[in-house]
Design a protein around this ligand. Structure first.
Ligand code: TXD
Length: 312
């Protein structure tokens, strides 16, 4: 296969991303982790599944970044996940060191790779990777919006009994409890959600969406979500490799869009072979604007904490 994707961190999200990607048969895959034998074992297990589904993909695991040489896309999931009671910001100190090192190591072997960051706190880790790697903003995005929007879509489907395929939801803002589900742009087969659902039901869906990550953490107790985050990043990687010009919500570096600058923030972005090709700007009402500002304040605070820890 001509394309190559490396996944840094072969834990739950990283290995599940490899699974979804292998099924799509769009690139050879490399899993990298610090735990000896673990990425090799998971890669071999996944490779041995491929004859059954008839997919030809090379998959290797390694503890050494040299295996990632010449990657088109690098997906960063290395770090620790949230434990119950832990906020995404609690993760910052530990994960900043891991993501910073991973970025530097990746660039030694793949100086032109596009980056998709997943490690939390997501928007701050994407910021760190961009600054550490001195990357132009086109080359780096964070995954959060597809996941948060998919959660909202699932909850609307559960409430209405209508196919998820008919349900379009858009969640913007930072990947935290202040994220902004856009209820007046979300719709069911073109019918605005606000018209379809009574206000109390819609509010319950918005609240559940905002706390969607925490709900899973509370149930799993030993880690955070991975099936849905992983398929979301697989969709982003596919859009890039196939040059689809697909517009999805994702975390991108803003330079004045939505009145914000110098932060990563969830906005609609267009993905293609050039990476983050375009940021789409919605016209927002007063409530949406103030909700986004609140969310941006939370992300900026996290970046300030980062800047006090790391020189970037
Ligand atoms: O939507 C999103 N953005 C997210 C983000 C959805 C799900 C998970 N999200 C975050 O991704 C989560 O909060 C964590 O910060 C990361 C990874 O979550 P995951 O659930 O995959 O955690 P695991 O299973 O613990 O896997 C992390 C792996 C583990 O195997 C470690 O050994 C490895 O990361 N790790 C490293 N790999 C390479 N290099 C270094 N330095 C390293 N340190 C740890």
């Amino acid at each position: 296969m001509s394309a190559k994707i490396s996944i840094i961190g072969a834990g739950m999200t990283g290995s599940t991303t490899a699974h979804w990607l292998a099924e799509r048969e769009i690139a050879d895959l490399v899993l990298v982790d610090v735990i000896e034998g673990m990425p090799q074992g998971k890669a071999l297990d996944l490779l041995e599944a491929l004859p059954v589904i008839g997919k030809d993909v090379a998959i290797i695991g390694s503890n050494d970044y040299s295996a990632t040489k010449g990657s088109d896309i690098v997906i960063i999931t290395a770090g620790i996940p949230r434990k119950p009671g832990m906020s995404r910001e609690d993760l910052l100190t530990i994960n900043a060191k891991i993501v910073g090192e991973a970025t530097t190591n990746v660039l030694k072997y793949s100086p032109d790779a596009l980056f998709i960051v997943l490690t939390n706190p997501l928007d701050t880790m994407a910021y760190l990777a961009m600054k550490t790697g001195k990357l132009p903003r086109e080359r780096i995005v964070g995954q959060a919006g597809i996941l948060d929007s998919a959660r909202m879509r699932s909850f609307v489907a559960l409430e209405t009994g209508i196919s998820v395929e008919n349900i379009n939801c858009y969640v913007l803002g930072g990947h935290g409890d202040e994220m902004v589900p856009l209820t007046n742009r979300s719709n069911i087969a073109g019918i605005p959600l606000r018209e379809y659902l009574p206000a109390d039901k819609l509010e319950a869906i918005v609240n559940r969406t905002r706390k969607g990550g925490g709900e899973i953490v509370g149930l799993l107790k030993t880690g955070s979500a991975y099936y849905a985050p992983a398929v979301a990043v697989a969709q982003m990687a596919e859009a890039i490799l196939k040059d689809k010009h697909l517009i999805v919500p994702a975390s991108a570096y803003l330079q004045g869009e939505y009145g914000l600058k110098d932060l990563f923030f969830g906005v609609p972005v267009q993905l293609g072979r050039g990476g983050m090709e375009r940021i789409v700007e919605y016209s927002l009402d007063v409530d949406e604007k103030s909700a986004l500002e609140k969310s941006a304040t939370a992300v900026k605070e996290s970046i300030t904490v980062l800047q006090s820890l790391v020189k970037i």
